[in-house]
Design a protein around this ligand. Structure first.
Ligand SMILES: Cc1cc2nc3c(=O)[nH]c(=O)nc-3n(C[C@H](O)[C@H](O)[C@H](O)COP(=O)(O)O)c2cc1C
Length: 371
């Protein structure tokens, strides 16, 4: 059956580009980060004073994909989707993609919404990424509101444009409500995800954008054949805050005031990872992002059950500071994770994974009380 192309609301290109540029500027302001309410600091990993192996033996390598497309990447890290949709993002994306390819990180592109409209001039941000860096793993990206209305073939076209190895659908309910031109139309979301997960022909990743995933949301998606869920929880970039500032700049005082009320809205990354590790089937990987700022944060989230850990704002900041700074920042994050692994007596992320997950903690407690 051929799906009909939807009557898509036409995109005001000038306003769209201004919005994307303003997102980039506002995202760098410290007050839009919810790092002051992160609960990552409350998690402590247990120090092992006698690891019984050498630091040099610690390996970060983590597999990606399944079956014949399974391969090993040098790290469990990814750069979360960001910044697409306007011309000045191209240089940043190329810099980030090249660094990801060099260091074995996955590279997520930002929302490809603009590419849905054939009438819009192409900005060609992705073409050639793979020919420059054949080993790069790329994640495509589109919002749920568009995923609901677009035929699968259009999403396949976006995946092809980005030469994507997997495709992310992002959830951003709070942002769509506060964005003056937002589209908070989520009716049919689960059905659209089901259709994409079975028909897209690529692994599907469902991600939030900084407000996390509650048990209620996770229960709705538990039965879907998703390759991974990136929780992108509360504790870092907060889109309610960003859209609130934009609404204030545009004189939209109702949205601006309401956005202040919701400045701490969301489920923390720690809570989201805990819940996802408990609720999702083993076939769906748990990826953690949202306020992850160091390799030690990453280690804590791996201990809670995450397979991969992602960074958005810190990667953007490092990329803006230049290629050398981006490389130094990535190396620091990797070194911090290796240090956390060594000092907890684990040679690899897979050995640390889940050691703080609720079920493990429970069985450890039961074993202790049986003694
Ligand atoms: C400038 C910027 C643009 C973003 N654009 C997108 C996007 O287009 N699609 C998406 O799924 N997430 C987008 N995000 C959200 C991130 O992928 C991530 O989920 C969120 O920022 C939380 O991570 P952080 O605290 O490390 O920034 C964007 C984030 C930033 C900072």
């Amino acid at each position: 059956m051929i799906e009909k192309t939807p009557a898509r609301p036409s995109l005001d290109l000038r306003r769209f580009e201004t919005r994307k540029r303003s997102h980039l500027d506002l995202a760098l302001r410290p007050e839009v980060e919810a790092t002051e309410i992160t609960d990552l600091r409350q998690i402590r990993l247990e120090h092992d004073a006698l690891p019984e192996f050498d630091f040099a033996e610690v390996r970060l390598a983590t597999p990606f994909g399944k079956g014949s497309s399974k391969r090993e990447l040098a790290t469990p890290f990814f750069v979360s989707g960001m910044t697409a949709g306007h011309a000045s993002a191209t240089m940043l994306n190329r810099r980030l993609a090249a660094a990801c390819a060099r260091r074995g990180w996955i590279f997520g592109v930002g929302s490809q919404r603009r590419e849905l409209d054939p009438a819009l001039p192409a900005i060609d941000a992705w073409a050639g990424l793979k020919s420059e860096s054949p080993d790069l793993v790329v994640l495509g990206n589109l919002g749920i509101s568009q995923a609901i209305t677009e035929p699968v073939a259009n999403v396949q076209r976006l995946a092809k444009n980005a030469e994507a190895d997997a495709f992310c659908i992002h959830l951003n309910a709070l942002q769509e409500v506060f964005q003056p031109e937002g589209t908070p139309a989520f009716k049919g979301g689960v059905a659209a995800l089901k259709k994409l997960a079975t028909k897209l022909g690529l692994p599907l990743v469902l991600k939030e954008t900084g407000c996390g995933l509650s048990r209620r949301t996770l229960a709705k998606i538990r039965a879907l054949p998703l390759a991974a869920v990136d929780v992108s929880g509360l504790g870092g970039t907060h889109w309610g805050r960003i859209e609130g500032l934009r609404a204030a700049e545009e004189g939209e005082s109702v949205r601006a005031r309401a956005a202040e009320t919701f400045a701490e809205w969301g489920v923390s990354t720690v809570e989201s990872v805990r819940a996802a590790a408990e609720i999702l089937p083993k076939t769906t990987e748990v990826w953690a992002s949202g306020g992850v700022r160091t390799g030690l944060d990453a280690a804590k989230l791996i201990a809670l059950g995450a397979t991969r850990v992602g960074f958005a704002k810190p990667a953007l900041e490092a990329a803006l500071a230049g290629e050398a700074e981006l490389d130094r920042w990535m190396e620091t994050v990797e070194f911090e994770l290796r240090t956390a692994l060594f000092c907890t007596g684990n040679r690899a992320p897979a050995e640390l994974r889940g050691t703080l997950a609720a079920s493990k903690a429970r069985s450890a407690k039961t074993k202790r009380s049986r003694r």
